[in-house]
Design a protein around this ligand. Structure first.
Ligand code: TYD
Length: 198
């Protein structure tokens, strides 16, 4: 089973993933915890490029999209597909839906570009995706409390509103795969809601 977790900044994805990881381990299931962009040494290097704020030049939106998919291709081949082939449970902090929400809905890149990448480089979509949804301000306050902001976290509220509407669109179009969790609830309540869907 391939499970991904999506949402804007600071909505508590990491807390939910940890809880589910512990839950599956207690059941003696083989479970892999991973994240995007990243998940392999090479993909983590690409992540550093993507999140770094110290660029002397502005990263173009196309470069950002292509780096996301370069990291994803590596991650799929090295980690996700082999783990699924061994019947492991894969818990992935963000996946291709983030590219639609951030690069298309947020940055304004065309859906055709994304479709081309998904059709050619994403052999497997998650079986279930949890979208942790909360008002943007709430998540941004949490993100600020965590310390220095990365390149995405420095974006304005209006950008994250667009990202949120991107997730909403995916949710409307894929109600079977993507489940919305109310991330204003306590971590225990969010966990219980996720378990019910599973
Ligand atoms: P992440 O570490 O999950 O950020 P956070 O913990 O703050 O939610 O992801 C890093 C950033 O990368 C995040 O701001 C969203 C962005 N991102 C994209 O823009 N497109 C993508 O395809 C992915 C996977 C992430």
């Amino acid at each position: 089973m391939f499970i991904s977790f999506e949402g804007t900044e600071g909505v508590g994805k990491t807390t939910l993933i940890r809880k589910l990881f512990d839950y599956f381990q207690q059941q003696d299931k083989e479970v892999v915890l991973t994240r995007e962009p990243g998940g392999t040494p090479l993909a983590e290097q690409i992540r550093s490029l993507l999140l770094s704020v110290s660029h002397d030049e502005k990263m173009s939106h196309d470069t950002e999209l292509l780096l996301m998919y370069a990291a994803r291709a590596q991650h799929l081949e090295q980690i996700i597909l082999p783990a699924l082939a061994q019947n492991k449970i894969v818990l992935c902090d963000r996946f291709a839906d983030s590219s639609f929400a951030y690069q298309c809905a947020g940055r304004g890149l065309s859906r055709d570009k994304l479709k081309l990448l998904n059709d050619n480089f994403v052999a497997k979509m998650p079986d279930i995706t949890f979208w942790l949804d909360a008002p943007i301000e709430l998540g941004m306050t949490r993100a600020r409390e965590r310390g220095a902001l990365d390149r995405f976290e420095q974006e304005k509220v209006s950008f994250f509103e667009k990202v949120r509407s991107g997730f909403e669109e995916i949710h409307t179009q894929n109600p079977n795969r993507m489940k919305r969790l109310d991330a204003t609830q306590s971590p225990e309540q969010v966990f219980a809601a996720a378990l019910q869907y599973l």
